[in-house]
Design a protein around this ligand. Structure first.
Ligand code: AMP
Ligand code: MG
Length: 314
């Protein structure tokens, strides 16, 4: 398959309307989208990524009006969160409208909905004129792409079109918040922090604080794995420098030149922005080990530590 590269949201949207799949930029990571009401088109996403069929997709909307066609009922709590955080890096899980194809929700009775704030994503979604189901635009199990070049390296020849935008801003995926039950539960930490959510709905909890919680299907799959082995360290002095070892973190190693590659980040936000891009660069340079400095699990630190722990799991 020839993969068309374009900077035109309108041109990319024409592929969606024709039932094909398109990678597009958002403020979190690049997504791989298809018309959410066309099951054959959605099937192509799973094929291109090699994604397990039991992992549901997030549906991306251009405007609040599209939510009604996707969710069976939107609770008052959900509306308050939507009011505050849409558009932005928050996915809200609600009871699904019967018209949503089951391939999108992996057979669940709930659906994940998000409205991206990225201006190119908004233009694209508006031109699609239908909600767009989209997971991250990587081969399944690999880190999420934060540049169109990385999408190209993952999926060239496997998808119809890549809509080019710049590097993504947040760098890790959206927060997934289950609003289908009374206590909103964060199933996946991400761009919107627990503290942000609790300002609007104080009873919001992390799912892992709740016994017998329902798991988000995606969270049981292997994720975010570069070829190199990822080792987590509290301080750069714990890393073993060598030409095939890389380091990323908030503090500079005293012997930085002894590493094959290093990246210093001045904040947790900058760290999240850089992380997946750094993983891909380490793979291009054949690094054997990537040392990642741990961060405290506050604010964006929760989402960042979640990605680091998963990447370190073999
Ligand atoms: P990705 O877009 O590749 O980051 O994957 C989407 C994430 O959202 C996965 O972790 C899914 O399990 C999660 N997700 C999507 N829809 C639902 C849903 N209805 N219930 C629970 N989790 C969901
Ligand atoms: Mg993904």
């Amino acid at each position: 398959m020839n993969t068309v590269l374009t900077s035109s949201p309108e041109k990319a949207a024409a592929f969606i309307r024709a039932g094909d799949v398109v990678a597009f930029p958002t403020e979190t990571v690049y997504g791989l989208g298809a018309d959410s009401f066309n099951p054959d088109a959605v099937e192509k996403i799973f094929e291109a990524k090699g994604r397990p069929q039991d992992n549901p997709l997030i549906v991306h909307v251009a405007n609040l009006g599209q939510i009604e066609g996707l969710a069976a009922d939107v609770t008052d709590t959900a509306w308050r969160l939507i009011d505050r955080f849409f558009p932005g890096p928050l996915t809200i899980i609600l009871r699904r409208h019967p018209d949503v194809p089951s391939i999108v929700t992996a057979g669940l009775d709930t659906v994940g909905i998000r409205m991206p704030s990225h201006p190119v994503a908004q233009e694209f979604l508006t031109a699609c004129d239908t909600p767009v189901a989209a997971p991250s635009a990587n081969l399944s199990g690999r880190p999420s792409p934060t540049s169109w070049q990385t999408v190209h390296a993952n999926l060239n020849g496997r998808i119809s079109c890549i809509l080019k935008g710049g590097r993504t801003d947040v760098g890790i995926e959206s927060t997934v918040l289950d609003c289908s039950r009374r206590t909103p539960m964060v199933l996946r930490a991400g761009g919107v922090t627990l503290e942000d959510l609790q300002e609007i709905v104080p009873r919001t909890r992390m799912a892992d604080e709740i016994p017998d919680r329902p798991l988000s299907p995606g969270q049981v799959h292997r994720h975010y794995v570069p070829n190199a082995s990822v080792q987590l360290v509290s301080h750069p002095s714990e890393a073993q420098p060598s030409a095939s070892a890389a380091f990323i973190g908030l503090d500079a190693p005293s012997n930085g030149a002894a590493f094959g590659l290093t990246r210093m980040c001045e904040s947790k936000e900058a760290y999240a922005h850089e992380l997946f891009d750094f993983f891909y660069e380490c793979d291009r340079l054949d690094m054997e080990t990537i040392y990642c400095q741990k961060v405290d699990e506050k604010g964006l630190g929760r989402g960042l530590m979640d990605r680091l722990l998963r990447a370190a799991q073999r």
